[in-house]
Design a protein around this ligand. Structure first.
Ligand code: SAM
Ligand code: SF4
Length: 326
C-alpha cells in the first residue's frame, strides 16, 4: 500500500513484549519501567490475526522485537504461524541475544530467516554498565549460536555513545573481518526518558566513518546484506561481513521509510517518533474481522508523517524504546 507521500509500506515491526531481561541505560529509565499487565499485551493469536490482515494490505516483511522478544513464551510457534501467512516473505528478529543459545535452531526451523543482535561494547565491565545487569559472554554465545544455526545474515546493532564506547568502534568493525557478521553503527536517538541522552553523547555517523578510515583504512561501498533497510553499507578490505551506518539523526531516511510499528499493547504507530497511534487491540477484542482491521491499518498509513521531528527535541516521555519496539 502507498502512503500519502507515495512511499510503499511493506514492513511491519511487531513489539511482542515490553518486558526485558536487561535494562540498557539508553532504553530504560534507571528505576526500570512498570511492566504492562498481561491482559493489556496482545495475545499471540491477536498478533497473528493482525499480521494476516496486514499481509492483505501489502506487508511482506515482519520484524519481531520488544522489549526482549526471546523472553516471550510461544515465540517459536508465532514465528511458525507467521511464516505460513501468504504474502509474508521475510521474518526477522531483533534481540539482545542472551537467550539465543537455547532457541536459535528451533527458531530457524520455525521460519525465522535472520537476526539482529544488540552489542554495544566488547568489554565485560562496559557491557554490565550499559545493560545494568547483562553478561557479555552470554551475548557472545547467542551471537555464535545464531551463526551456527544458519540464521543469515546475523547483524550486530551497536549504538555509539560519546565518552562510553566511541573508542571501540574500530574493534567492533574488526569483527567483520573473519566472521560473516554485519555490524551496524546506530546513532543514539532522543527517545523516551532514558537518562543517558544528552546532546553531548550523540556521535554522528560521519565521525564514526572518519575514525574507522583512520584506524582501519578505506571503507569500500558494499552491497546491502539481506533486509538491508535504511543503513548504508561498507566493507573493509577482504572482510567477510559489512559495516552499516544508521543515520536516523544526521541524515534521516524518512523519504524512503516503508514501515509501520505495532506496539506490545496493540497500537499501530505510523512513525516511531510520532505519538499518534491507532488502537487495534480493543477493536479486535470487540470482534473486529479482517476487513475492519485492514481499514484501521489503512487509517494508520494515511497519517504517516512525511518525516520525524526528533531534531526538534521532541521526546515521548510516556513511552520508552522497550515499549515502542526499537
Ligand atoms: N531487546 C532487543 C534488543 O536490544 O535488540 C530488541 C528491542 S531494542 C529496543 C531494539 C534496538 O533499539 C536495540 O538495538 C537498541 O540498541 C536500540 N535502541 C534502544 N534505545 C535506543 C536509543 N535511545 N537510541 C538508539 N537506539 C536505541
Ligand atoms: Fe532490553 Fe533491548 Fe532495551 Fe536493552 S535495548 S533494555 S535489551 S529492550
Amino acid at each position: 500500500m502507498q502512503d500519502t507521500y507515495r512511499r510503499e509500506i511493506n514492513y511491519l515491526r511487531v513489539s511482542i513484549t515490553d518486558r526485558c531481561n536487561l535494562r540498557c541505560i539508553y532504553c530504560m529509565p534507571p528505576e526500570g519501567v512498570r511492566w504492562t499487565p498481561h491482559s493489556e499485551i496482545l495475545r499471540l493469536e491477536e498478533i497473528e490475526t493482525i499480521v494476516r490482515a496486514a499481509a492483505l494490505t501489502g506487508i511482506k516483511k515482519i520484524r519481531l522485537t520488544g522489549g526482549e522478544p526471546l523472553v516471550r513464551k510461544g515465540l517459536e510457534g508465532l514465528v511458525r504461524q507467521i511464516s505460513n501467512i501468504p504474502g509474508i516473505d521475510d521474518i526477522a528478529l531483533t534481540t539482545n541475544g542472551l537467550l539465543m543459545t537455547a532457541c536459535a535452531g528451533k527458531l530457524k526451523e520455525a521460519g525465522l530467516r535472520r537476526v539482529n543482535i544488540s552489542l554495544d561494547t566488547l568489554k565485560e565491565d562496559r557491557y554490565r554498565q550499559i545493560t545494568r545487569i547483562g553478561d557479555l559472554s552470554a551475548a557472545w554465545e547467542g551471537i555464535q549460536s545464531a551463526l551456527d544455526a544458519g540464521l543469515h545474515p546475523v547483524k550486530l546493532n551497536t549504538v555509539v555513545i560519546r565518552g562510553f564506547n566511541d573508542d571501540e568502534v574500530a574493534a567492533v568493525a574488526r569483527l567483520t573481518l573473519d566472521r560473516p557478521l554485519h555490524v551496524r553503527f546506530i546513532e543514539l536517538m532522543p527517545v523516551g526518558s532514558s537518562d543517558s541522552w544528552a546532546a553531548g553523547r550523540f556521535v554522528p555517523a560521519g565521525e564514526i566513518m572518519d575514525a574507522l578510515s583512520v584506524g582501519l583504512g578505506r571503507l569500500h561501498p558494499a552491497k546491502q546484506p539481506a533486509g538491508g533497510g535504511p543503513a548504508k553499507y561498507y566493507r573493509l578490505k577482504d572482510a567477510q561481513g559489512t559495516i552499516g551506518f544508521i543515520t536516523a539523526m544526521s541524515d534521516h531516511f524518512c523519504h524512503k521509510c516503508n514501515r509501520l510499528r505495532l506496539t506490545a499493547t496493540g497500537g499501530l504507530r505510523p512513525c516511531l517518533y510520532d505519538e499518534r497511534e491507532i488502537d487495534l487491540k480493543n477493536p479486535l477484542r470487540q470482534g473486529a474481522g479482517h476487513r475492519e482491521i485492514i481499514n484501521l491499518i489503512t487509517d494508520a498509513v494515511a497519517i504517516k508523517p512525511v518525516q520525524h521531528h526528533m531534531l526538534d527535541g521532541w521526546q515521548d516521555e510516556r513511552r520508552v524504546m522497550s515499549q515502542l519496539g526499537g
